[in-house]
Structure formats: C-alpha cells, structure tokens
Write a protein that binds this ligand. Structure first.
Ligand SMILES: *[C@@H]1O[C@H](CO)[C@@H](O)[C@H](O)[C@H]1NC(C)=O
Length: 273
C-alpha cells in the first residue's frame, strides 16, 4: 500500500486543478448573477469555474471556448464545431436527436431538446411537466388540405377530381358518389364502373395522402357530387367536389362564369332579401 500513496496524492491534486478552469478567481457565491425567473431553456449547470449556477447553452446558442468563459450545452445537446476550427474556438449547441417527438401536452416538437425546453418552462411556471409520449408526431385527426373542386366538361371527355388529406397516422382515403335520388345514399367507388378509376398515393408531404377519381369517358351517369373521405384512428374528415356535364366545350368557360354568377346571386339574395 505504501508506494501507492504518492500516486493517490498526485491524482487528488490534479483533479482539484482540473475542476476549476484557469482564469477563475476565488469563488464568491454572493456575486453570482441570479438565474432568469422563467427558468433556463436548456437547464442550469455549474459554470466553468464550478462556482456559480448558470444557464446551460441551448440549441442554436454558442458553446465551447476556454478557461473561465467556457460555455457548455445543456443535457441532450452537443457542441458542434466546424472541421477546421481549433479546440479553443466556439461551436453551436445542436440537439443529439433530430427527429420529431410528441409530448404529453399533445404538442409535436421538432426534437427531444425542444420538448425538454418546454418541460423546463412548464416546470418554472409550476405547470404539469411535459414528458415524452412517443417518437414521431402526435396523433391527430385527418384534415383535408386540398378539397376536390368543380370540373366542367363534355360527354366523352377525360376528367378527374383530386383530394389531399393529412393526419397522424396517415389517413386512408376513400371516395363516394353522392346520389341525389332519395334512399340511394352514397356509393363507394369505383363500384362496377369500367370508366371510373380510383387512385391513391402517399405524399406529397409526410403523413399526407393524395387521391384521385379518374373518369374516361365522361357520361351523364358520372355527373354529380363526389365525396372524398379521410379517416384514421383519431377521426375523420370529408369534402365534396362536383363533376358537371356540359353541352359543348364553349360551355366549359361560360359555366364557370355562370356558376360564379349563381354564387354571387345566392349571396346577394341572402344578404338583401
Ligand atoms: C376536358 O376534356 C378534355 C378532353 O378529354 C381534357 O383534355 C381536359 O383536360 C378536360 N378539362 C377539364 C377541366 O377537365
């Protein structure tokens, strides 16, 4: 045991010297600046001198540096420096995880660090803590982001209606033809129509789905209202579009005008009757 003692002594002295960075004066805790009242976004930690408690550098903030001025990133963040920058240079705090997460508050955060910040802010305000519910976005009912519109065309033409929906989990799209005849209700498409096809594709955005009703050739049978229906485990949404059969190609434009006029007249009647 005897020969080990000087070694232990050396280790003890060394660790004391390492724990307080060069350039640190004597510690006077009374001189420490108070932490912000609304908390630190990335938590708090002892400063480089091991004297005062300071806010850790948050995502996007500067970190690194040497001696007493050194700043460290908060938990879950790392200090990223450019390849050509030396050890003494500053870096920027970047979240170690870069995927979206869902918090217990039902909010989707862009990464775990943003969730942690929200949790610390909630804690500072004495609110419920925010914990990780799941990786990825929070589940949400579908929303129709692009509703099927109005299409005018002649018999024998090729037409389509499209519909875009977003939700988590990604919604399932279905199309129904709305029958105007009493008691017939809705017909799930494509049914047995050989001139009508349903197409669905994921995207263009994450958790989005796009669907089409494609009709060729158009006949009077297909004129009418079409409902785009999106559903997932959180709920459902729908929107209706119309296909209008017109006499001649010239009517395509005039129908658009008269349709606009009809809407105008409806609004006019509603307001002034
Ligand atoms: C009308 O039909 C023609 C011929 O099939 C097609 O090229 C055109 O895109 C259609 N127009 C609309 C608005 O659907």
């Amino acid at each position: 045991m005897q020969p080990l003692l000087p070694l232990l002594w050396a280790v003890a002295v060394l660790s004391v010297r390492v724990s307080s960075a060069p350039g640190c004066g004597p510690c006077d805790a009374a001189q420490c600046a108070p932490l912000p009242a609304d908390g630190c976004p990335a938590g708090s930690m002892p400063d480089a001198c091991g004297c005062c408690t300071v806010c850790a550098a948050a995502g996007g903030e500067l970190c690194g540096g040497r001696r007493a001025a050194a700043r460290r990133c908060g938990a879950g963040l790392e200090c990223v420096k450019g390849d050509d920058e030396k050890k003494s240079k500053m870096g920027i705090c970047v979240c170690k995880s870069n995927y979206e997460v869902c918090g217990s508050d039902g909010v989707t955060y862009r990464n775990g660090c943003a969730l942690k910040s929200a949790g610390l802010a909630a804690e500072a305000q004495g609110k419920e803590p925010v914990t990780l519910l799941n990786k990825g976005r929070c589940a949400s009912a579908p929303i129709i982001v692009t509703a099927p519109g109005q299409v005018y065309n002649v018999s024998g033409s090729q037409v389509y209606l499209s519909c875009e929906a977003v939700g988590v989990p990604t919604p399932v799209l279905t199309w129904k033809k709305v029958s105007l005849m009493k008691g017939q209700g809705m017909e799930l498409l494509p049914g047995d129509r050989d001139n009508l096809a349903i197409q669905t594709r994921g995207g263009p955005e994450k958790h989005e789905v796009t669907g089409w009703v494609l009709i060729s050739p158009l006949t009077s049978e297909e004129a009418g209202s079409y409902e785009c229906h999106a559903s997932n485990s959180k709920g459902e949404a729908s929107a209706v579009g119309q296909i209008h059969l017109v006499e001649s190609i010239q009517d395509v434009n005039s129908q658009l005008v008269s349709c606009g006029l009809m809407v105008f007249l409806d609004v006019y009647n509603f307001l002034f009757d």
